[in-house]
Design a protein around this ligand. Structure first.
Ligand SMILES: *Cc1c(COP(=O)(O)O)cnc(C)c1O
Length: 422
């Protein structure tokens, strides 16, 4: 089997299967192309390894796919935390309808891109008064996550003489089942419990706040269309139940997202068409009750995850008691998720390839490790790869989301990786 076929076929207990996301990558003379550029040339352009490279054409294609399958009435928001690189956010500014941010620095990047504050919403528990001041001064929508936050927001508005825009983030009484990360349902630090929302809406009437609507986010990294559809139905039902309690007309309805991407060989890509069809059937019920609201789907990894690749270089090739270790200049400190330590229950290999040997058959079992003094620093565990030598480049795919900024770059004090939008 050539590496082109093997490219993402992780070894081990799981059946080897071609990774669906990687069919979009080409090679020339055995060298992986990123955009149109051979990865070796890109490494020269950037001047060093390791680096993350994000492909703007892949971002365009991804948004086009979403627009094709989701109803026209849906507004598409990008969750900046998935990849806050300013050039990426800037590029997406022309492609999506809004940004969801989770900190003042993300807000800065979002505003710098030229996105109107009307289309920026700020979520996240524990927003401090100074953060709320910045948000209110900017004119972005604050998605409050507690009763405390509501009174803080009102105080900030009074101090600034600006009427804050507010929506309530709801912790629903259901969850998005089989998600990589559960962020709604049961007891949560996120949002206001659904059963307390009517009372909070009553309190809003007495405050100088401009109420706009709701935000429900029930989970993340979900590959099951039927579960996403079920959650969206429950979300709409919840919102319809709350409609009668609202102090003003609802203009903002964020239905969440949670669309996942396939990381591992047995992961099946999400059937986006099914989600889109179900939404098209569901939305009229919502818009009948809330005609001024354009429902929002907010996505992070689904937009950027497959557009990014992490590249590092083989610094040493070691054989220890019969096992091959490719020691690279990259690792857990740059790409925590690929090491399996970013919330995964079981460690599985991300799709990995020897980017400079794409035409060479995969014939040896090797582990790709980094320079850190911890056995957790593992990018590929006993994968079948072409024989790699010192100087070869290693590619970790599906790395466009929760890469650099989700990694402990200060751990062991090595240099930061570079980033490029290609
Ligand atoms: C993290 C987060 C997202 C993005 O999640 P993805 O899995 O990257 O799509 C969206 N909304 C909220 C509220 C989040 O916290």
């Amino acid at each position: 089997m050539s590496q082109a076929e093997m490219i993402a076929a992780s070894e081990g207990q799981e059946a080897e299967a071609r990774h669906p996301a990687l069919s979009s990558y080409a090679a020339r003379d055995g060298c992986l192309l990123i955009g149109e550029t051979p990865v070796t040339q890109l490494a020269e352009r950037i001047g060093r390894t390791p680096f993350y490279a994000y492909d703007r054409v892949k971002l365009d294609t991804r948004i086009a796919l979403l627009r094709k399958h989701l109803p026209m009435t849906i507004a598409l928001h990008y969750a900046v935390k998935a990849n806050p690189m300013p050039a990426v956010v800037q590029h997406l500014r022309g492609l999506v309808d809004g940004f969801d941010i989770a900190s003042p620095l993300e807000m800065q990047v979002a505003l710098d891109s030229g996105m109107s504050p009307r289309h920026i919403s700020f979520a996240g528990p524990g927003k401090q008064p100074w953060e709320l001041r910045q948000a209110v001064a900017a004119g972005v929508l604050v998605e409050v996550e507690s009763e405390t936050e509501v009174s803080r927001l009102a105080e900030v508005g009074e101090a600034l003489g600006i009427r804050p825009r507010v929506a309530i983030r709801i912790n629903p009484d259901f969850q998005l089942k089989a998600s990589g990360m559960r962020m709604g349902g049961g007891a949560q630090q996120f949002g206001v419990d659904a059963e307390r929302v009517p009372q909070l809406l009553g309190e809003l009437r007495g405050l100088d706040l401009s109420f706009e609507g709701f935000h429900v986010f029930a989970g993340s990294q979900n590959l099951h269309a039927e579960l996403i559809v079920e959650t969206q139905e429950k979300t709409v039902e919840l919102l319809l139940r709350l409609a009668q309690h609202c102090p003003a007309e609802v203009t903002h309805v964020n239905l969440g997202g949670g669309f996942g991407i396939p990381y591992f060989p047995n992961d099946k890509p999400l059937e986006l068409a099914r989600v889109g069809e179900a939404l098209a059937e569901l939305l009229p019920r919502l818009t009948a009750e809330m005609p001024k609201a354009r429902p929002i789907i907010e996505l992070g990894r689904f937009i950027v995850g497959e557009a990014g690749v992490y590249i590092c270089r083989v610094i040493d090739r070691k054989v220890s008691r019969g096992e091959v270790f490719l020691v690279t200049d990259g690792g857990l400190h740059h790409h925590l998720a690929a090491s399996g330590n970013f919330g995964q229950r079981i460690r599985r290999n991300y799709p990995v390839a020897v980017a400079t040997k794409m035409d060479v058959p995969s014939e040896e079992t090797a582990s790709v490790v980094g320079p850190l003094c911890t056995p957790l620093d593992l990018l590929a565990d006993k994968m079948t790869l072409p024989r790699a030598e010192v100087g070869d480049l290693i590619a970790v795919f599906q790395s466009g989301a929760y890469g650099l900024t989700a990694s402990p770059t200060a751990f062991l004090s090595h240099p930061q990786p570079a980033e490029a939008l290609v």
